[in-house]
Design a protein around this ligand. Structure first.
Ligand code: AMP
Ligand code: MG
Length: 410
């Protein structure tokens, strides 16, 4: 039976959902070079020291620091060059007092050397003699064994989202394969008697399906696998049959449209019929996207989105994306890039509701400007023209032109 909304603030809605879902989508081993954006399944410990040998961090001369003490422009230290350390090979040299060896950045320190004098602080006197015009302390300009990473130390913890620097760091230690969470599979159902596929015939009254594709794209962007279940009419049996299949084949179900409370809106009813505890939230204090359904079916999330293409995108971004990370075991999803900008126009809202308004960003001498894209709300083209969504916080009755607003970038 259709019921009236009891709207819940967005934060609380997501918390309620998270308290009912069971993470865990299995794990797999992947090649590190293909692991960008994946989430580690276990702790990784350094199998070796990095660097594995003491290295110079400068172009210059490997020295005994004590030989440079007191050196200055006025009274330089005169030292004997006994050789040049080759790159990629053992130093093959042992320094005695008063001796130095030419070394390049990343080259091995000579035996007996404990510091490097950068080339800028030296003068060549002749083939085998240099002047050092500034002293170095022991260890200066040297990277010691294990300074970067110590053997046996925690390199990456489990549940960590792999970024480019992580890929590089793993490779630098010779780790070429890693256990990660499997990509969550998200079943996407679009419902509505009015929908036709993008390549279908648009007879009067019909519209092309947008949401299957925009939501699948967001799913991919969040590192998950979209499973499309095609278009489903506004029929309880048809929608339920597709939802059951979706739940079986995926780790999460997303139903686009039919999430409101009219008799034609079947999503809540269908989700409730799938299992316990069912619908947890029906109605979120947000615009666009108030008629949102968050549910859990035996620990699997099921989310009903408003059919409006803009609402569907906003709600998917705010609720489905964090749920995808949660399923994959990632406890700290990447922070969403956002910028602060100065509003060029007033934004209306009401206290107790969070609003998202598409904006275009412009730079002017005083900084970033957020120009709201007005006109008919809820049009896909407003999102296409926007750089991000300006947020009017829950506790604000609106924002005035000139105020600072946070813009979530796409
Ligand atoms: P509903 O949530 O079912 O009330 O739908 C709200 C609006 O979104 C209606 O105008 C629908 O035609 C439209 N709509 C629903 N699903 C889609 C879709 N997959 N692609 C484009 N528009 C849709
Ligand atoms: Mg509908």
């Amino acid at each position: 039976m259709p019921e009236l909304f009891t709207v819940v603030p967005p934060d609380e809605a997501l918390k309620r959902l998270f308290s009912h879902i069971r993470p865990g989508v299995g794990t797999q081993n992947v090649k590190v070079n293909l692991a960008l954006g994946r989430i580690t399944a276990e702790d990784t410990f350094a199998p070796a020291d990095l660097p594995a040998f003491s290295r110079s961090t400068m172009d210059g001369y490997a020295v005994k620091a004590a030989d440079t003490y007191g050196a200055s422009e006025a009274i330089p230290a005169y030292l004997k060059v006994v050789g040049e350390i080759p790159m990629g090979k053992p130093a093959g040299l042992t320094l005695r007092r008063g001796q130095v060896a030419k070394v390049h950045t990343g080259g091995m320190l000579a035996e007996g050397a404990d510091a490097v004098v950068m080339v800028e602080n030296t003068q060549v006197v002749d083939e085998t003699t240099i002047e050092v015009v500034r002293p170095v302390a022991p260890g200066e300009n040297v990277l010691h064994v294990g300074d970067d990473v110590k053997k046996g130390h925690l390199l990456l913890s489990a549940r960590h989202l792999l970024r480019p620097q992580d890929i590089g760091g793993l490779m630098g230690l010779g780790i070429t394969e890693i256990a990660v969470s499997s990509r969550p599979r998200v079943a996407i159902l679009s419902t509505g008697d009015e929908l036709v596929p993008p390549d279908g015939e648009v007879t009067p009254g019909k519209v092309r399906d947008i949401n299957t594709y925009s939501l699948s794209a967001l799913t991919l962007q969040a590192g998950a696998i979209p499973l499309s279940f095609g278009l489903v009419g506004d029929s309880y049996d048809e929608l339920r049959e597709a939802a059951v299949r979706g739940m079986e084949q995926a780790d999460m179900l997303v139903i686009s449209a039919g999430s409101s409370v009219s008799t034609r809106d079947l999503t809540a009813q269908v989700i409730s019929s799938l299992g316990k505890p069912g619908v947890l939230v029906h109605g979120v204090s947000i615009r666009p996207g108030k008629p949102t359904i968050l549910a859990s079916v035996e620990g699997k999330p099921a989310i009903g989105l408003p059919g409006n293409p803009v609402s569907a995108l906003v709600i998917f971004d705010l609720f489905v994306v964090p749920t995808i990370y949660r399923l994959a075991g990632c406890t700290t999803p990447p922070l969403r890039p956002s910028v602060e900008a100065r509003l060029t126009h007033n934004l209306a809202s009401v206290t107790g509701r969070e609003d998202y308004v598409p904006v275009k960003l412009e730079t002017n001498p005083e900084g970033l400007l957020a120009v709201p894209i007005f006109g008919e709300s809820n049009l896909i083209s407003t999102m296409m023209r926007a750089d991000g969504m300006a947020r009017v916080p829950l506790d604000k009755g609106g924002l005035s032109a000139g105020e600072t607003v946070t813009v979530r970038l796409f």
